[in-house]
Design a protein around this ligand. Structure first.
Ligand code: FAD
Length: 629
């Protein structure tokens, strides 16, 4: 059974957002990769709302792109309404979001998977993993078994089963096993995994009913066209990649909607105790919102098209698992929805996830060598969070098979690093989603500089192809050249450049200032400065201008943050040996020792971020590690 059909370097289970990004990264890194998934037609399917990005999430998408991933390109090919969020705020929190055409998005991902050298697809349900003892007290994965009895072998396996593990759908009091509406659950695999030493718990998420857009009255809603100019997701993309554009609309729930919901709470699986899993705090169901924010008379609903050539719309804001008759009544109580026809019922789904503290930073499980977990199975929610983990897990699965060291970004390098470190250090008891507030170095971790932070590393890791590398190198060099050029142009009260600047910009100039000094002035930006003929660049490039401007304007803060990072780095990089015996650290309280043993941090930096671990405990640990050297 070890012929080339059955044997690979890496097997990825699941063709969702984590799985496709994992399989593509593994194959790009040079590993012979097999993507095993329930149904080839659903590769790249969006289970919930067809939108990519948003605050924190957009940052992840740009980082995935900077590492050669597919998500940003797929969003560019499918984005039908684009917005730049927080555009008037500081550069750290500006974020891109697009409404996507569900069909175009899926088709793009499928094409990317099919076009990727080293990557093979096979449609099948995986029912079990092949796990053997490695003879040294640790289990090791050897492959996967399908429900039809096929055995595929590989030294690395990435599990990305999403919401499918023991998935259970709830619509009112009705409940049944499913992976998501219309897809089978992974019940056997979930049961087999529960026999292993993983810490398993339940989470839940929900989705709104879908509605036939032809039955809505848009005349009473507020139109929300996309931004002009439109942002672009991929560093390799342009606006020409975008399809035809469409508007979203805004409407609101009414007092009557809330009355209908309140009157039906006794039939809600959420409130009757039927659902045990914890739901996403930042994406609550409408029944949750009505109960938790009882004082609010109305909630906003974004009416979002599901695609260009379909009539269904996604009413963002009314996720619900109430019984269908209540769904219909509440939908029809919304302004403009009085005659709405529901095409699919809203529902909640409960599923198994694994405590992510059982993972290393590479996303390899601590208890089974060669087995990686990524995506919703690690307790996260969202396509972007899943894809980010998938890329890291797929890369490291390939590197393990190639006997290379694992790589995972640090917290100061990427939101992907923040995401993984949060998960493996703190675990999560509710669906985890990314926010800019989770990153302590967010001025450094901007959407606009994701390529400057990561593409060089991605190139070394074999993730970045020649075309991206050449485009990146051009931009990087142009930014350096433009920074140098503006730094070398001096305006003084009595030279021609200075007189020109004063006349064109109407500024005061009392002492000699370089172009970069002037750019730091709050009343000036790159466009204004370069309107002075002496400062005009030979060629305009908005991406270059953006970098030069942000680096100049925030240079003081950025410098301070870099110093902070360098200081933190000293402990961050100090490795704690695997299997380290914390009982030997003198003076450590039993409580802290147990926390260390639970998380088993890989570095002193990670140890310091475990909730409840004091700086004093870290000092004791450091003293012990120093002595032991
Ligand atoms: P998925 O996209 O679920 O992909 C899993 C893949 O694995 C599927 O292709 C499946 O067929 C395959 N698979 C599973 N088990 C097996 C097996 N045994 N053998 C072979 N293949 C297998 N996110 C938000 O951010 N906000 C929301 O409000 C939100 N609401 C949601 C509501 C619902 C009802 C659902 C289902 C999801 C919702 N999500 C939401 C979550 C979002 O869909 C996920 O975060 C994202 O899809 C996770 O990606 P993933 O790759 O981990 O898993």
């Amino acid at each position: 059974m070890t012929d080339s059909f059955h044997r690979y370097d890496v097997i990825v289970i699941g063709g969702g957002h984590a799985g496709t990004e994992a399989a593509l990264a593994s194959a790009r890194a040079g590993a012979r990769t097999l993507l095993l998934t329930h149904n080839i037609e659903t590769v790249g399917a969006m289970s919930c709302n067809p939108a990519i990005g948003g605050i924190g999430k957009g940052h992840l998408v740009r980082e995935i792109d900077a590492l050669g991933g597919v998500m940003a390109k797929a969003a560019d090919a499918a984005g039908i309404q684009w917005r730049r969020l927080n555009a008037s705020k500081g550069p750290a929190v500006r974020a891109t979001r697009c409404q996507a055409d569900r069909g175009l998005y899926r088709a793009f991902i499928r094409r990317a998977v099919e076009a990727q050298p080293n990557l093979t697809l096979f449609q099948s349900a995986v029912d079990d993993l092949v796990i053997e003892s490695d003879g040294r007290g640790r289990d090791r994965v050897r492959g996967a078994l399908t429900n039809t009895g096929l055995r595929f072998e590989a030294p690395s396996v990435v599990l990305t089963a999403g919401t499918f593990l023991a998935g259970k759908i709830h619509v009112g009091q009705t409940q049944y096993a499913a992976g998501r509406m219309g897809d089978p659950p992974a019940t056997t695999l979930a049961a087999k995994l529960r026999e292993r030493p993983f810490v398993v718990d339940r989470l839940k998420t929900g989705t709104p009913p879908r509605i036939d857009g032809r039955t809505l009255d848009y005349s009473v809603m507020e139109e929300q066209p996309g931004d002009d100019p439109r942002p672009v997701f991929s560093f390799m993309g342009t606006r020409a990649d975008h399809p035809r554009q469409a508007s979203c609309w805004i409407t609101h729930t009414s007092e009557r909607t809330h009355d209908i919901i309140r009157g039906a709470l006794d039939r809600s699986p959420l409130y009757s105790g039927q659902i045990e899993g914890v739901g996403p705090r930042y994406c609550p169901s409408i029944e949750d919102k009505v109960v938790r924010f009882a004082e609010k008379a109305s909630h906003q609903i974004f009416v979002e098209p599901e695609g260009l050539d379909v009539t269904e719309i996604y009413p963002n804001g009314i996720s619900t698992s109430l019984p269908f008759d209540v769904q219909l009544a509440l939908v029809r109580s919304i302004r403009g929805f009085e005659n709405a026809h529901i095409t699919r019922a809203g529902y909640a789904i409960e599923y198994d996830y694994f405590d992510p503290r059982g993972l290393q930073a590479s996303l390899e499980t601590k208890s089974v060598a060669g087995l990686f977990f990524a995506g919703q199975v690690n307790g996260t929610t969202g396509y972007e969070e899943a894809a980010a983990q998938g890329l890291v897990a797929g890369l490291n699965a390939a590197r393990l098979a190639q006997e290379r060291a694992a790589w995972s970004p640090r917290r100061d390098q990427a939101y992907i690093g923040v995401l993984i470190d949060d998960l493996i250090t703190q675990g999560t008891i509710e669906p985890y989603r990314m926010f800019t507030s989770r990153a302590e170095y967010r001025l450094q971790l901007r959407e606009d500089n994701a390529d400057l932070r990561l593409t060089g590393i991605g190139r070394e890791l074999g993730l970045v192809d020649d075309a991206r590398w050449a485009a990146f190198a051009r931009k990087r060099d142009a930014v350096a050249a433009e920074t140098q050029r503006l730094g070398a142009l001096w305006a003084s009260p009595n030279n021609a450049i200075g007189r020109d600047a004063v006349a064109t910009l109407g500024i005061e100039l009392s002492r000699e200032s370089s172009g970069l000094d002037l750019l730091r002035r709050p009343e000036l930006d790159y466009a204004k400065l370069t309107s002075v003929p002496a400062f005009a660049p030979a060629a305009e490039d908005p991406a270059v201008a953006e970098q030069v401007e942000i680096e100049a304007k925030y240079s003081g803060y950025l410098e301070r943050q870099r110093e902070e990072i360098a200081r933190a780095q000293r402990n961050e990089g100090k490795a704690i040996p695997a299997g380290f015996d914390y009982a030997q650290v003198r003076g450590l309280s039993a409580e802290v020792r147990q926390k260390f043993e639970r998380v088993r941090p890989q570095t002193v930096g990670q140890a310091g971020r475990i909730p409840g671990v004091t700086p004093a405990a870290i000092s004791l640990l450091l003293v012990h590690l120093e002595r032991a050297r």
